[in-house]
Design a protein around this ligand. Structure first.
Ligand SMILES: *Cc1c(COP(=O)(O)O)cnc(C)c1O
Length: 346
């Protein structure tokens, strides 16, 4: 992508910083399948410390991290309760069914945030002729609901009650660092009651590749075998871990800028006739808005934006998503706002 483009399609488009590239070039490496990559070992220790857990595991993608976590916490024929627009339900190739043999039990919500009351209603009766609920999975922040947040007390209650009901709980924390910054709570605090946590290195944190699973030593030992089974065992992966270490150390502190940019964007877009958006709902780095009132489809709006060098994604017929990240500065945000005026006006 040319640097003159303002690419707001996703925070996955970030490119590694100069510091990351330097760390990659200089990384000490070994064979990580033999457990001999020193940089990878340092990353996995560092992430476990950061989350105040026993162990962590680097995986090639968030999708694989979620799949491994789900596979280890279910048996074929059991169910996973999740929100309906959850990434695991809509954007992971139905891998929980195709590979883990688990069945999603999705619950629709307006804002992506589940309550214990909603979950409790969907737990299957303990009767031999019903499939059984095994796992509850929460997404924080919730991507397709617009980067929405779990109040810590709500997530805590879900974890406690689920455990009392004999269920395990997974956190799809692809953007848990965004949640941490927005809520002013550590990632350890936000995730401490979950049995497994997945977070992305390659989104807001800006690393080129990878995600991590965090949990107990026993869980991570099993996850390492599951990763190998799925073809995710990597050899001199220290080149990736080196960039990830820089991302974990340096990037969380700057996410506040992405959130301020998203807020500025949301407030300006909400003023435009043709846009439906409540800017107060934008708490992190994702802005999803309706364009139905403009009488244009999301695709048409995105096409017009592209003509102005601004990239956004249509997420339904009349909804557009813009995601702020480290490769778009305030000037880029102002360009996106100007482009939207034009795209809707013309
Ligand atoms: C991006 C994302 C994932 C998957 O990450 P990949 O690395 O793209 O596989 C999982 N969950 C959520 C909420 C995401 O936004």
């Amino acid at each position: 992508m040319s640097d003159t483009l303002v690419d707001l399609r996703s925070d996955t488009v970030t490119r590694p910083t100069a510091a990351m590239r330097r760390a990659m070039a200089e990384a000490e490496v070994g064979d990580d399948v033999y457990g001999e990559d020193p940089t990878m070992n340092r990353l996995e220790e560092y992430a476990a410390q950061l989350f105040e857990r026993e162990a962590s595991l680097f995986v090639p993608s968030g999708s694989m991290g979620n799949l491994i976590s789900i596979k280890l916490s279910t048996r074929p024929g059991t169910e996973v309760i999740c929100e309906q627009k959850a990434h695991i339900n809509q954007y992971e190739m139905a891998s929980m069914a195709a590979i883990a043999g688990a069945f999603p039990r999705p619950i629709p919500t307006p804002d992506g945030i589940l309550s214990w009351e909603q979950i409790e209603r969907e737990i299957r009766p303990k009767t031999y002729y019903f499939s059984q609920t095994a796992l509850v999975s929460l997404e924080n922040t919730h991507n397709m609901a617009g980067g929405t947040l779990y109040p810590p007390a709500v997530a805590d209650e879900i974890c406690d009650r689920s455990h009392q009901a004999g269920l395990r709980v997974h956190l799809d924390g692809a953007r848990v660092f965004n949640a941490s910054v927005a809520l002013g709570e550590s990632v350890a605090r936000l995730s401490r009651k979950f049995d497994s946590v997945m977070f992305s290195l390659s989104k807001g944190l800006g690393a080129p590749v990878g995600s991590m699973i965090v949990g107990s030593r026993e869980f991570i030992t099993q996850a390492r075998s599951a990763r190998k089974m799925l073809g995710g065992g990597m050899r001199q992966a220290g080149v990736l871990a080196a960039a990830a270490l820089v991302a974990l150390r340096e990037s969380p502190a700057r996410l506040v800028e992405d959130h301020a940019n998203a807020r500025r964007l949301a407030e300006a877009l909400a003023e435009l006739p043709g846009v439906t958006l409540d800017p107060s709902s934008v708490r992190t780095n994702i802005v999803i808005f309706g364009v139905e009132k403009s009488k244009k489809s999301a695709d048409k709006v995105c096409e017009a934006l592209r003509g102005h060098g601004v990239l956004a994604s249509g997420v339904s017929k009349h909804a557009v998503r813009m995601v702020t990240h480290m490769d778009v500065d305030r000037q880029g945000i102002e360009r996106a706002i100007a482009a939207m005026k034009d795209a809707l006006g013309a």
